[in-house]
Every structure is written in C-alpha cells, then in structure tokens.
Design a protein around this ligand. Structure first.
Ligand SMILES: *Cc1c(COP(=O)(O)O)cnc(C)c1O
Length: 432
C-alpha cells in the first residue's frame, strides 16, 4: 500500500511509515494512492461472512503485502473481540451499535486496530515513539486503552477542561501505566492546535519521536470501513438500497464509509449529520469551507470547528464539489432538536440514543421524509448513552443502566496534569 500526502509536497510513503509517522511533513493527510475494488464474489457471499472475515478481506486488499496474513488475522482477532449488532428500531431505521468495545464508543474500532498495527511495524524497526492525541471526549480513552502496556510507546492525551462528560473524564484519566492525561485550559480546537504545533516544532521532532493517533492517522480509517460492509451484509437480503447517516465531527467515521463505497460497497447515499458546528453542511450548501471556533453542545464529541478529515473527503471525490454534493447530504441540528429526537425514539421505539446518535437519527429522518419504506436507513450509533448519563437521564426523565466497563473507570481516582493552552508550557512538559 502506497500513500500520498493530500498537500502533494511530501513524498509518497509505505503504510508502515504512514502509520508510525501519522502526518506528512507538509501538514497534509496520508491517503492511499489506489483504493482497490473488491471482486463481485466477495459481495455475493458477504451475508455469510463474520465481521472478522470481512475485516480481513477489506484490510488485506488495502494493505497488500505490508502485513503478513497470519499477523493480520491476529491483529483483527485481538482488536475486534466484541459484537457490532444492527438493531431495527422501526421501518426504515436500523441502529448500528458501535459502542460495545471497552470504552463504549466507536473510537475503539480505529484505536484498537491502529495500536496493534503500530506495534507490528514498530517491532520491525526497534524505535520508541511518543503518541500525542487530542480528544474531544472519546478518542483519548480508546487510544490510551489500545496502547496500555505496549513497550516502547508513551501516550499523552490532551483534553479540554470541563468540556467532556464525567464518565469520559474518568475514562481518560484513570488508564495509568505508559498513558498520561493533560487537562488543557481551552477547547478541543486548542488541544488539536497544540498537537499540530508539536509536530511542526523542530526541537521536539529532533528530540522525541512524535506521532499522532488522531483520526488523521490512516490506520484508524481502515477499520472504520469494516462495519459499513458488515451492516450491508445483514440488510442485503431485503434488496432495498442502503443509506447511512453518520454523526460527524472530524469526519473520520464518514471517510471510512466513503472508502467502503470506493471498494465497491453499494451504498446508495451518505447523510452527514452534525450539531450546530455545521462547517461541512455549510460547505455542501455554499461550496465554501469556512472553519470557525467550535461551539459547545450536548453532543460534545462532535464539537469541531475545523474538521480534520475534510481534505480526505475532497480527495475521495477528486477535489470536485459536484461529486461530493451528489454523494453526501448534510444536515445540522441544535441541542433542543437533539433532545426532542431522544425523547421521540425513547417513547416511540423504546430505545435509548446517546446525543450523537440522536443527531444521526434526525439526519436520516430529514433525508428519508416519506420514503422510509423505499430505503434501509442505518444510523451509526457512536456511543453508549451511559457515557452521557446526565443529559440522557435529564432528557428522558428515566434511569439508564451503566455497563460494567464504565462502572469500573468511575470507581478509580482521576490523575491529570492541569495545563494552559500555551504551546511553550506544553513543549516544556514534553521535554521535561
Ligand atoms: C468521535 C465521535 C464522533 C465523531 O466522529 P468523527 O469521526 O470525528 O466524525 C461522533 N460521536 C461520538 C460519540 C464520537 O466519539
């Protein structure tokens, strides 16, 4: 697998280099030079395949000979040792539950695959690396857990003070071992800026082997395509066209679906659903991409003012506005609409949505209008509702159960280093 930088200045690299490096020096994003189409025989038999088998075929096609088959099977078996159920809540609406991993959010898919792939490539080079990860809530703990105890790797998580839920904070700050948490006095965008500045800082890159684990790392996108295939496999016998509604922030999850479609998966349409941080919906309306400071919402993992995967969305459509516009519809919703949707689904379908998933529900509902009998709509459920227990219980006026894996983090003591949003402070901490 050969990758190029979306800025087209840095040289092409192998997947091993791209995974360990994270970002090219020109500050673009790595993308595969070629995305292979899977053979018809794969789609003919897909309904009989397990998640692991689908993951193997898809990642083998993408990675080529860079990872041997036996190691790839082992990486997949270790990373995806949990279920990915598709739950039909009503005609035209199915929920793909991506929250059955250890940290109860879909970020486990990308993080667990990436950490094992990094370990595989690291073993071949004998390097030590420092992973920096900015998180708006869920990435940090998924990445931290993915790397816990891996020799030769130190992980630093940056999260915005007071802007993640209590459970999220506990998950981020109780991992221990080779994983540290920094509580940044600022927004998620500030955290992302600190990480980006660190990569561009010559002293830091000469002294520390820095890499990124944000959704900008290509290794996170690959497994985020698997579950689109897996959902399609379960709906295939219906024969109706399948559409996906994706609750989006940095748009890594959506890019996974776009890659699946490039590989031949018959996805009829994509719906990009956002909260009031509507940079991409606005781009699709106007053709103008205008990054803005992020606004706080109850779906805080999507409070992103400068979606980092946007160049990848463009690259996947040959940088043509019309192509993107035809493939993706986008909608944005405010917190009141989101809460209303949570109540609607709870009362009508007896199903509890987290705020992010509720945004995806609204996107699908808006797009389907009266056509719910003609399509199989899938909304990607990106987090367990218990991760946002305060807002969920208050909105639904009901108690929800906290899964055991979340209970465990709650019972531990928070360990985090408070820090300003100034780059110099961050830099001296890293060097210290
Ligand atoms: C990260 C996250 C999202 C947004 O995913 P992107 O790939 O950044 O678009 C949505 N919901 C939850 C719960 C998340 O953790």
């Amino acid at each position: 697998m050969e990758l190029y930088s979306t800025k087209k200045i840095s040289p092409n690299v192998s997947i091993g280099e791209a995974v360990l490096k994270g970002l090219p020096d020109d500050n673009g994003l790595y993308m595969p030079v070629q995305i292979p189409e899977l053979p018809k025989s794969f789609f003919d038999g897909i309904e009989k395949m397990t998640f692991q088998d689908i993951g193997f075929t898809v990642s083998q096609a993408l990675l080529g000979k860079s990872v041997d088959d036996q190691s790839l099977r082992k990486i997949l078996a270790e990373a995806f040792d949990f279920e990915t159920p598709l739950v039909k809540i009503k005609e035209g609406f199915s929920v793909l539950e991506l929250f059955h991993g250890p940290t109860a959010a879909f970020k486990d898919f990308g993080a667990r695959f990436m950490s094992r792939l990094m370990r595989y490539f690291l073993q071949q080079t004998n390097q030590e690396i420092n992973i920096l990860v900015a998180t708006s809530g869920d990435t940090g703990s998924a990445v931290g857990h993915g790397f816990l105890g891996v020799e030769g790797i130190r992980v630093t998580i940056l999260y915005p003070k007071g802007k993640v839920s209590d459970i999220q904070e506990k998950q981020l700050t109780t991992i221990g071992g080779n994983v540290s948490a920094l509580e940044i006095d600022g927004t998620f965008d500030d955290c992302q800026r600190l990480v980006k500045s660190a990569f561009l800082d010559e002293e830091l890159s000469s002294k520390l082997n820095l890499t990124s684990a944000n959704s900008i790392n290509i290794a996170r996108l690959i497994p985020q395509s698997f579950y689109y295939f897996h959902a399609y496999a379960q709906l295939k016998s219906d024969g109706k066209p399948v559409v996906f509604s994706v609750p989006s922030g940095n748009f890594g999850n959506l890019c996974g679906g776009l890659i699946a479609k490039k590989m031949g998966l018959p996805i009829a349409h994509f719906i990009a659903s956002t909260n009031v941080n509507d940079i991409v919906p606005e781009y699709l309306r106007s053709g103008v991409f205008h990054a803005r400071p992020s606004i706080e919402t109850i779906s805080n993992a999507m409070d992103v003012g400068n979606p980092s995967n946007f160049p990848r969305m463009l690259a996947l459509h040959d940088w043509e506005y019309d192509k993107i516009k035809n493939e993706i519809s986008a909608f944005s919703f405010d917190d009141n609409e989101t809460k209303q949707a949570m109540r609607e689904v709870f009362n009508e379908c007896d199903y509890t949505l987290c705020p992010h998933t509720a945004v995806a529900y609204l996107g699908l509902k808006n797009w389907l209008q009266e056509q719910h009998e003609a399509f199989n709509g899938v909304l990607l459920s990106t987090a367990h509702p218990a991760k946002f227990i305060d807002v969920v219980e208050e909105t639904l006026k009901a108690k929800i159960l906290i899964p055991e894996r979340l209970q465990e983090a709650l019972s531990k003591e928070k360990v985090a280093q408070p820090m300003s949003g100034k780059f110099d402070d961050f830099k001296s901490w890293l060097l210290g």
